[in-house]
Design a protein around this ligand. Structure first.
Ligand code: A2P
Length: 296
């Protein structure tokens, strides 16, 4: 695929990856296979999603060579600390069924125990030095978390994966990422978090926004494709989640059209400054924060 993005350590990745947050384990393997079949070569999972095993299965079932796939996973906060994170990597690779991971990131900052967050990141640095992972990074880190991390560690993260869709695009975090050469990777890139059930009432589905639907009409593409194209033209990586083969294919069919400057500006202008997902500095529910990631 063309248009690969280059990380700050020279490693390249396909900008569009399949996301599997909230993909039920029993549907994940087929979704991964469907994605690889239509050309995806990047899959993003996480220990906390409970479907790493099925991601590995999907890759193997697809017949696509492991080396052709950019595989990304995340360490959950209950595994932070140097030794704990090294062990968490072993758990992840055991479930995935592969020895290496292309991009390993910390799922969240743990602001109330930042020493352990730093310890976890030091473990990622170790894994990188040992050639177990090809790149390391973070997720949901705001400017002050990054400042704190950078002051206490050696290797600048390659990626910061953050909530990013037109209703909440976090220009401030994108700016600090850019200052350090960190690639911004968008989670909920088509705004799933604006319509997922159970994430709060009275939200507006960004896929139904008038600006988005009118650009979709003008380009002959779907609202989701318009948002993914907006992500790409901004130079971001995006990991749309779907378990539906038609939508998986649709979300990858975004390389044959271009948004005008005016359309880009109109989409940029939809930012409300209001987060839809969890606040990285907010208290995390104890049962979620302390959830044990199984051994295998
Ligand atoms: P499904 O898995 O049934 O396709 P995000 O990655 O931004 O969080 O969005 C994921 C959500 O968007 C899921 O609910 C997914 O449902 C849905 N979705 C994925 N692709 C599309 C698409 N092309 N059009 C509309 N909804 C989509």
């Amino acid at each position: 695929m063309t248009n690969e993005l280059t990380l700050n350590n020279g490693v390249t990745l396909p900008p569009i990856g399949l996301g599997v947050y909230q993909s039920p384990p029993e549907e994940t393997s087929a979704a991964v296979e469907a994605a690889l079949k239509v050309g995806y070569r990047h899959i993003d999972t996480a220990a906390a999603y409970g479907n790493e095993r099925q991601v590995g299965e999907g890759i193997r079932n697809s017949g696509v060579d492991r080396d052709e796939v950019f595989l990304e996973t995340k360490i959950w906060v209950s595994d932070y600390g140097y030794d704990e994170t090294l062990h968490a990597f072993d758990k992840a690779t055991r479930k995935l069924g592969f020895d290496t991971v292309d991009l390993l990131i910390l799922h969240q900052p743990a602001p109330d125990r930042f020493d352990q967050t730093v310890g976890a990141y030091n473990a990622l640095e170790r894994l990188l030095a040992d050639g177990k992972v090809r790149a390391i990074g973070v997720s949901n880190f705001m400017r002050h978390h990054l400042d704190n991390l950078l002051a206490r560690t050696e290797i600048v993260p390659a990626v910061n994966q953050i909530e990013c869709h037109p209703y909440f695009s976090q220009p401030d975090v994108q700016a600090v990422n850019a200052e350090h050469g960190i690639l911004t990777q968008a989670w909920s890139p088509i705004g799933g978090i604006t319509f997922y059930p159970g994430w709060g009432e009275h939200r507006t589905n960004v896929l139904e926004d008038d600006t988005v639907t009118s650009i979709a009409g003008a380009t002959g593409k779907s609202p989701a494709q318009v948002l993914l194209r907006w992500q790409l033209q901004h130079g971001r990586s995006a990991i749309p989640k779907s378990t539906n083969p038609g939508r998986i294919a649709q979300n990858f069919d975004v390389f044959d059209f271009e948004l005008t400057d005016q359309q880009m500006t109109a989409l940029d202008g939809l930012d409300t400054g209001e987060r839809n997902g969890p606040d990285p500095d907010g208290p995390m529910r104890k049962d979620i924060a302390e959830r044990t990631i199984p051994e295998d």
